[in-house]
Design a protein around this ligand. Sequence first.
Ligand code: LMR
Length: 330
Amino acid sequence: MFRKITMAAAALTITAALAAGPVLAKPIVIKFSHVVAENTPKGQMANKFKELIAEKLGDKVVVEVYPNSQLFGDNKVLEAMLLGDVQMAAPSLSKFERYTKKVALYDLPFLFEDITAVDKFQSSKEGQDMLNAMKKKGLIGLGYLHNGMKQLSSSQPLKVPADAAGLKFRIMSSDVLAAQFQAVDATPLKKPFSEVFTLLQTKAIDGQENTWSNIYSKKFFEVQPYITESNHGLLDYMVVTSTEFWMDLSDDIRAEVKKALDEAIIFGNQVAAEKAKSDKQKIIDSKRSQIIELTREERAQWVEVMKPVWSKFEHEIGKELIDAAYNSNK
Ligand code: LMR
């Protein structure tokens, strides 16, 4: 009797399950967090990546993009990634100091003459090896993305290094960048990107360094009357994920995700090249900020005072790596 009842109950359960239809596997969610506006090289790259994944992987993988420090600020995102709260981000290369000293290479002032040299170095063995520099810490670099060369914005005209003496500059969290401003007797302050506009607006700081696209999209030019076209350093990104998340993906999905990312990076780099020109032009047209072009002699003065920073960090970064990067200018 008891056996009959259990068999009937089991039959009912099976019938109900069949009526409910097949159980669909939930898609893998990739939360992509970043700090810049959507209309920037990184913002556009992340949106393109989301679009490509939707096209190629349909309902197997979903990318959610969180711009403007909505989800995590730049000083928190890597910790969050290691905890599994976010799966991808592309912090600037100045923001990996807590995980590796090698990547600080990219912050050395006047190291790269232009983006062509950066591309040459990044595609070399040394440049590619750096993507794996944080593997032991649980992070994998999936590729580099460009933004562009940094300019100096300020409340006062900066022509020669002496003009920066005594001023306070916001910097990203990098000791190399701190040393760069100390070299001109200025005071560097490490602050998250999300705070820069307010710090400038309230005059808590005098200046900052950034690319044309960040100065434009975050409206720094509206609160900074002078921008010196110094091209003194590079702002580039590393797209990172956690080793755990990456290795948990099936081989097929991992390969497809990487392919979509590579394609999105190519697109983002095109946006970067365009914006370095068009956003600069928009700032000029706004007449809110005066652009200061340096003469050859004035620029040489900045190089002379800032370049000694290289030797200060040589032991941490490695002389061979610095030489390899510098030689990519040839
Ligand atoms: C900054 O903090 O100034 C930039 O790194 C922001 C960004 O990600 O471009």
